[in-house]
Design a binder for this molecule. Structure first.
Ligand code: FE2
Length: 379
């Protein structure tokens, strides 16, 4: 066995941790750029209060909130311009994966110039960037612990990820109170994304035994708390467990990667602007059903975790059926057609998806014919 493990992000977990935000930022810089999801700023008192505190605490904060759900080159270019004008020296990201990913990219472009598209790929950011403090408000992408950021090129309709060793947030604050205003649908879709990270990472071809325990713990937390978080958004215990699960699953995908649900899901995002969590959530049960036979030990371990989290569960169901039932229960779309994708678009979708590294990392070898069959059953 041989693997590496690295996660340099400090995590502060628990109710009340957000109170330390201004003090923590002050240790890293004096001129923060706050990259914040505008919807979060509108509805979350905690988020609004964080902006206020950062502006009144002796720090000079500038707010940037032009964040679409699938961030693109223009988002980053505009943000980098604001960063430079403000002469920012630390970036505070408050929001879902889009805000966190944008913050990382804005810091890179502001420091090193060019366009974000110059840095798409593996480790192309040439040097250090301003420190990132992440305050995630969705429990999903795991960007709070990963060195990844994902962007869409609107021209080519291509959605691609970038990895940089400089993208790990210096600090991530996981305070359950800030998740409480997240609407049920986004809670459901992003939570399923976190579940997909844990399951696809755990069963991926890239092995990392240290991450196995993190993946199984993330699955246990999600099995116990996702439905509660969707049905009762103010349940702080469930929100806390989902926040931790997302961070753990982020560490898992950093080391193990993902699989076919993400391969196809990224294409759905780039080509048809389907939000990431929704695309992944719809695909995950079918990809698991396809993969089951290739990783029997891992799927047996996942089954035990779901059983432990919910003793009332139907014991006859396999893990793919359990995840499918969970998805239906929390209102996830079950068909490609629910996402607006038609039969005649499958070729275009496959052309894009089959070129992705995630497909090669899938638990079971998946060729174009396999992928087409899988997608056609979802029409
Ligand atoms: Fe994802």
């Amino acid at each position: 066995m041989q693997f590496n493990y690295y996660c340099p992000t400090e995590l502060r977990v628990g109710r009340g941790q957000l109170a330390s935000l201004a003090e923590s930022v002050d240790e890293l810089g004096k001129r923060p750029l706050v990259v914040i999801d505008p919807d979060v700023r509108k509805v979350s008192a905690s988020a609004q209060q964080s902006c206020t505190v950062l502006s009144r605490s002796g720090l000079s904060a500038e707010i940037f909130e032009e964040i679409p759900s699938n961030p693109n080159i223009e988002t980053v270019t505009a943000g980098a311009e604001v960063f430079r004008k403000h002469q920012a020296d630390v970036v505070v990201a408050i929001g879902g994966g889009s805000a966190l990913d944008s913050a990382k990219a804005i810091a890179a472009v502001a420091e090193h110039g060019g366009s974000i598209w110059d840095y798409i790929g593996d480790d192309l950011v040439p040097g250090p960037i301003a420190p990132i403090v992440a305050v995630p408000t969705t429990a999903g992408t795991g960007s709070e612990t990963t060195p990844f950021a994902v962007f869409t090129d609107k021209g080519s309709r291509r959605k691609d990820g970038m990895y940089s060793r400089y993208f790990y947030p210096r600090l991530s604050i996981l305070d359950p109170e800030i998740y409480c205003t997240l609407p049920p649908q986004i809670t459901a879709e992003t939570g399923m994304d976190a579940l997909a990270h844990a399951i696809e990472g755990f069963t991926a071809r890239t092995k990392n035994s240290l991450c196995n325990s993190l993946a199984l713990e993330a699955v246990r937390l999600i099995a116990r708390s996702l439905t509660i978080s969707v049905q009762d958004g103010s349940n702080l215990e469930a929100r806390q467990e989902m926040a931790l699960a997302s961070a753990l699953a982020g560490i898992v995908i950093t080391h193990c990667g993902v699989g076919a649900a993400h391969g196809v899901g990224m294409s759905l995002g780039g080509l048809y602007d389907v939000p990431h969590g929704r695309a992944i959530a719809m695909l995950l049960p079918s990809v698991m059903e396809f993969n089951r036979q290739a990783a029997p030990d891992q799927f047996a371990a996942l089954h035990r975790v779901f059983q432990g989290a919910d003793p009332d569960m139907d014991q006859q169901q396999n893990v793919a059926e359990i995840v499918s039932a969970l998805a239906r229960k929390i209102g996830i779309p079950v068909k490609l057609s629910d996402l607006g994708v038609r039969s005649e678009q499958i070729d275009e979708l496959l052309n894009d998806a089959m070129s992705r590294q995630d497909m090669q990392n899938n638990a079971r070898t998946i060729d174009r014919a396999d992928a087409e069959q899988l997608l056609r059953t979802l029409l």
